[in-house]
Design a protein around this ligand. Structure first.
Ligand code: MRU
Length: 349
């Protein structure tokens, strides 16, 4: 599967971690070399790198950046310092499970490696980070293969936020079936919700689909109901930051509203998710920590302040769509259908 423009969210070049600064898109394409763990933490916090799978991969490489200077330690010292840095990176964003999943997996793999010196353990660390990166590309490609047949000629597909190639290492999750359908010559159009307050839909999804020559329309979030009522939307596909064991789905704020609308208009609502986003240790959506972000994201639009000075603000970055509103979860292992508490356990337990 090929996309037309090869701008990648994360690149690992000869031991150097490069992150595309997504806060500057689409106006500027700026890639920043990451030289310290604090810089990686800030890149995740500030959404320079964002999207559940991408922050997992960035976290794993963040540990490489952190540990480069500790190669001289002995095994015990290296492993203790690795754990400290993993806890630090994990504190950057709470909702997407991929970050803690990737950090835990990396720490465990390095701990299980037979290296006796910091130097040897560092080699193992680089290897596991590269493995997580490559695996993410493969997982997203498989989501595309498992979802592509849902997209029929002439369909309108609505998506929310950016679960595209920018949010992953390649292909995206929600967009992967779209890229594959496009490559197979299926004509369809995409409605990309703007996704206030940070506009991941209009800045990022619209941009990357446009780059790939897919017919994409940006709408503001409050237009979704009307567009659905007009019969323009045949299906919704969104990504996710965490799927709980009962099938409740955390994703960008506004996703639940789209799911409720889809139910009202009888439109199927699909969630695309790699196994790394499925968290069977979290029983239900109510157990998911929802990130609260800075008030400034809501009180201004672009650089212009739009709300009165001193206004109280509530700025949850995610919401949880109840499992009963989800038609199916397109995963790298196949489509999961209700009842989710049984079928997620069967496939991923
Ligand atoms: O705050 P963001 O931009 O990181 O939120 C991203 C989303 O909500 C995505 O839909 C989700 O992480 C899935 S990305 C494949």
């Amino acid at each position: 599967m090929k996309t037309d423009k090869k701008v990648r969210s994360i690149e690992w070049q000869d031991g150097t971690l490069l992150l595309l600064d997504q806060t500057r898109l689409p106006a500027e394409v700026v890639v920043e070399e990451q030289t310290t763990v604090e810089q990686v933490w800030n890149s995740i916090k500030q959404l320079k790198v964002r999207g559940a799978p991408a922050i997992g991969v960035a976290g794993a490489y963040g540990l490489v950046v952190a540990m480069r200077q500790f190669r001289g330690l002995d095994r015990a010292g290296f492993l203790a310092t690795l754990k400290e840095n993993a806890a630090y990176l994990d504190s950057s964003r709470p909702t997407a499970v991929n970050l803690s999943w990737a950090l835990k997996r990396t720490v465990a793999a390095v701990g299980q490696s037979s290296g006796t010196s910091g130097e040897e353990l560092f080699v193992a660390l680089v290897k596991i980070a590269e493995e997580i990166h490559q695996e993410d590309i493969e997982l997203c490609r498989r989501i595309g293969e498992n979802g592509v047949d849902l997209i029929k000629p002439g369909m309108g597909v609505l998506t929310h936020c950016n679960a595209g190639r920018l949010a992953t290492s390649e292909y995206g999750t929600a967009t992967s079936p779209m890229y594959l359908a496009h490559e197979r010559g299926v004509p369809f159009r995409v409605y990309s919700d703007e996704s206030r307050p940070l506009l991941q839909g209009s800045r990022l999804t619209a941009w990357e689909l446009q780059q790939a020559n897919i017919e994409v329309y940006t709408i503001t979030d409050n237009m979704a109901a009307y567009v659905m009522q007009q019969g323009l939307v045949d299906m919704v596909i969104v990504g996710t930051d965490r799927v709980a064991a009962n099938g409740d789905v955390a994703n960008k704020i506004g996703t639940m509203g789209v799911a409720i609308l889809a139910k009202h208009f009888g439109i199927p609502f699909y969630v695309a998710s790699p196994f790394s986003t499925i968290d069977l240790a979290t029983p239900a959506g109510g157990n998911i920590v929802i990130e609260e972000r800075d008030a400034e994201e809501v009180t201004s639009f672009g650089l212009r302040r739009t709300a009165p000075e001193g206004i109280r603000v509530h700025n949850p970055a995610f919401d949880v769509t109840p499992a009963e509103l989800v038609t199916g979860i397109i995963t790298d292992r196949g489509m999961v259908e209700p009842p989710y508490s049984v079928n997620l356990q069967r496939m991923f337990g």
